[in-house]
Design a protein around this ligand. Structure first.
Ligand SMILES: NC(=O)C1=CN([C@@H]2O[C@H](COP(=O)(O)OP(=O)(O)OC[C@H]3O[C@@H](n4cnc5c(N)ncnc54)[C@H](OP(=O)(O)O)[C@@H]3O)[C@@H](O)[C@H]2O)C=CC1
Ligand SMILES: CC(C)=CCC[C@@H](C)[C@H]1CC=C2C3=C(CC[C@@]21C)[C@@]1(C)CC[C@H](O)C(C)(C)[C@@H]1CC3
Length: 517
């Protein structure tokens, strides 16, 4: 069992030989016997470091700039080339940063491995349990043990074929030469990748295809009747795709690897994903999976549940609760495709590797758990009064307004701060040249876009009433994910913007919920 405290690829603070200065270093390898880490500083200098008792990486002062062609650096020349006058202040800042980095990032390897191992089994099983509960007459959490279906009833080749066809159609749609070609964010090597932005057209094409199928009297409630089988088919595809991604990453160059998924531990890397943007020629697998099959599948499944509800409850029209859930969620998905280009700046695309976690999230978690309100309503009808309908529409509208306005303001501001739509906003300048918006929605809380999303999530669950907790699964997931995402983002912003970020936090003390958190 390896005894390393830090993972290969981790960014930690390392002490520069013969000084009290700490700099960010990346762990390259670990010698278990000698208990030495080989690390690389930002300027390319490689050193061997041991570890202090409290976990600080400390230099053994053996400079090793050995790579061919790279000049050997003198020991006194630190990577930042700090002048003497500024060095003590820099040291304090670095130490502060060091404390934060050590507290936050350096979870011992064993704990990370165990977590990842459990998550890999727990996530698929939790979703399966959720689906079984949702489809049961008694969807109460106390109704364990679940009425487990027979094992052979979880698999159907026809369903598997339909899922493959769905993926194929969406892949073909994504390759159609319509829509603009856009450059992604610069990669480690300074290059950029090109992406075809045609999600909105693909959504329209899918809608036409589904419309034709319904016109031809294709019974979409088949999806409801075989929901568990659809899930197990998706799970098989997720597993095969994750293995393929892991295997192909062996041939990826250093530049093509994600910062977080290259620890050298197979399970960890399989889960987090090694490659940043796996591509087959021009087909970007991550960009495709992130939105296309899952989000479109979500809308289609919702619509299938609407048909199943009418069939099961002998209704001439869908119930108001089912209509609201369908319309609210459709609006969110349409919005997502309309602003598809913005996905290219998000951390999932820019930073995260594509492994089991995201593959499962995109292809199984999104279509099968985000639809749980509609699935629940098929067998658990809930009457809504006019007052409730108006309240829910208002709530979703308010949530959507906050979500959209906050995201668009930030996007426009980053593109062009003097755009008339955002030039009136107050800002805090940062040392990077970028500024932070500190008025309007971004002056209310530090993540107004998350708040809007959560308000919408609540409006999507409330139509299911208060009898069971199950329809609130999405809301619970969303709050957990966004609180975690918020912590991760703030850590990165603190690193990027330093004192300007502290100033922003003082001016806007709450993260997501005004006056609460
Ligand atoms: N339903 C779901 O499952 C999920 C939904 N989402 C939604 O996706 C949307 C995007 O979320 P996400 O990708 O996390 O990114 P965010 O929109 O939260 O972006 C964070 C980045 O915005 C910039 N920023 C932060 N504060 C300011 C400020 N005051 N002024 C200007 N720029 C600022 C910083 O980047 P920089 O300064 O470098 O530009 C920061 O890193 C959200 O609305 C979220 O709710 C996200 C995940 C899952
Ligand atoms: C439990 C588990 C494995 C979770 C994985 C998380 C993913 C399901 C989500 C992480 C971030 C996401 C985003 C969207 C969908 C869900 C995932 C993939 C998103 C593409 C949906 C459409 C939106 O408009 C969006 C672009 C803002 C959003 C981006 C983040």
């Amino acid at each position: 069992m390896p005894t390393a405290r830090f993972l290969i690829g981790d960014t930690v603070m390392g002490r520069w030989p013969g000084s009290n200065l700490y700099y960010e270093v990346k762990v390259l390898s670990y010698d278990n016997k000698a208990r030495l880490y080989t690390v690389i500083y930002k300027d390319g200098t490689e050193l061997d470091l041991t570890v202090f008792k409290q976990g600080v990486a400390r230099s053994r002062s053996r400079s090793r700039s050995r790579s061919p062609g790279r000049p050997r650096r003198s020991r006194s020349r630190s990577p930042a080339r700090t002048s003497r006058r500024s060095s003590s202040r820099t040291t304090d800042v670095r130490k502060e940063k060091l404390k934060e980095v050590l507290e936050v990032r350096l979870t011992p390897v064993v704990i990370r491995l165990v977590c990842v191992f459990f998550l890999m089994f727990l996530l698929p099983v939790t979703v399966l349990a959720l689906l079984i509960l949702c489809g049961q007459k008694d969807a109460s959490l106390q109704s364990f043990p679940l009425e487990l279906p027979a094992l052979q009833s979880l698999w159907d080749w026809q369903v598997f074929g339909i899922v493959l066809l769905w993926l194929l159609f969406q892949a073909v749609f994504s390759l159609l030469p319509v829509g603009k070609l856009v450059e992604g964010m610069p990669l480690k090597n300074g290059k950029t990748l090109k992406y075809r932005i045609n999600g909105f057209y693909a959504l329209l094409l899918t809608a036409v295809a589904v419309g034709v199928a319904v016109y031809q009297e294709v019974d979409l409630s088949y999806i409801h009747a075989h929901f568990l089988q659809f899930y197990t088919s998706a799970l098989l595809i997720v597993t095969v795709l994750s293995v393929y991604l892991f295997v192909r990453s062996r041939w990826a160059s250093e530049d093509e690897l994600a910062p977080g998924g290259n620890s050298g531990y197979i399970i960890y890397d399989f889960f987090m994903g090694r490659e940043l943007n796996p591509r087959i020629k021009n087909f970007d697998i991550k960009f495709f999976c992130e939105m296309r099959p899952g989000l479109m599948g979500w809308v289609l499944i919702n619509f299938a549940m609407l048909q199943a509800e009418m069939k099961h409850q002998n209704l001439e029209n869908p119930s108001p609760a089912m209509l609201l859930v369908n319309i609210f969620q459709l609006l969110w998905v349409v919005d997502g495709f309309w602003h598809e280009e913005k996905l290219l700046t998000m951390m999932d695309i820019v930073y995260d590797g594509f492994g089991f976690m995201l593959t499962f999230g995109d292809l199984a978690f999104v279509p099968f758990t985000f639809t749980c309100q509609a699935y629940y309503l098929v067998s658990h009808p809930n009457e809504l009064s006019l007052f409730w309908i108006i309240t829910l529409i208002t709530m979703n509208g308010v949530g959507y307004y906050i979500f959209r306005k906050a995201n668009s303001q930030k996007f426009t501001f980053r593109k062009n701060p003097s755009d008339p739509a955002v030039s009136h906003l107050k800002t805090i300048p940062t040392a990077t040249g970028k500024s932070l918006i500190v008025s309007g929605l971004w002056g209310w809380v530090r993540h107004p876009n998350y708040l809007g999303d959560i308000i919408m999530g609540l409006a999507w669950s409330l139509p299911c009433g208060f009898n069971h907790l199950i329809p609130y699964f999405y809301l619970i997931y969303l709050i957990t994910l966004l609180v975690h995402r918020n912590a991760r983002d703030e850590r990165q912003c603190r690193k990027k913007y330093g004192s300007a970020w502290e100033e922003y936090c003082k001016a806007v003390p709450y993260r997501i919920f005004p006056g609460i958190y």
